[in-house]
Design a protein around this ligand. Structure first.
Ligand SMILES: [Zn+2]
Length: 197
């Protein structure tokens, strides 16, 4: 995470002005206790990072700038994730024009009911995708630099002289057995859901 914080300094200066004008900033509210079903759904829709972003929105309406600040993430990345969630209709936004700057400020909120609907309507598709991913994880020898950059296949690593395309560090074999275990567990629980419904 530390690495990402330093990158967030690149946020454009114009945005800073908007941020300052967002009034009535409330103290962060006490979040309701974590909902495991919602967590599962959101992770499936938008990945672990998507879930982390959505979690900030649980029980409160917040701007993308605020989410980025709290998570120490670049605001562009937060926006990308929010639009992904929006495309799946599990978050919505309210657009407000700031009278002073003329900028639009987006207030995002989560729609837990929609998330559940999405889940109900897409169980089979999600299961299929998870099974495909599991197959890839099982059949691929992965390499990683260990610096948090995406893992790559053996073929890709070999073509790049075993240097990470992002940071240039040496790529070492990556043990993905925990990923496989997690996927197997998710697939099992999803199959259970399908049997019950
Ligand atoms: Zn790297």
């Amino acid at each position: 995470m530390g690495k990402k914080v330093s990158k967030s300094k690149k946020i454009s200066k114009g945005k800073k002005a908007v941020e300052k004008r967002v009034k009535n900033k409330k103290e962060p509210r006490q979040k309701p206790s974590e909902d495991p079903v919602l967590r599962e759904i959101l992770t499936r829709i938008a990945g672990e990072r998507g879930y982390e972003v959505a979690k900030v929105l649980v029980g409160e309406e917040t701007t993308d700038d605020e989410v980025a600040k709290r998570m120490g993430m670049r605001v562009n990345l937060v926006r990308k994730i929010l639009y992904e969630l929006y495309e799946n209709r599990v978050v919505s936004y309210r657009r407000v024009r700031d009278e002073h700057s003329g900028w639009y400020v987006y207030y995002w909120r989560i729609e837990p009911e929609r998330a559940r609907e999405y889940f109900d309507n897409n169980k089979r598709l999600i299961l299929q995708k998870l099974e495909e991913r599991l197959k890839t994880e099982r059949n691929t020898m992965f390499f990683s630099c260990g610096n948090g950059d995406p893992k790559v296949s053996f073929e890709f690593a070999a073509e790049n002289d075993f240097k990470c395309p992002r940071c240039g560090s040496k790529l070492d074999p990556y043990d993905n057995s925990s990923v496989i275990t997690a996927l197997e567990r998710q697939i099992e629980s999803l199959r259970q859901h399908l049997v019950e419904s």
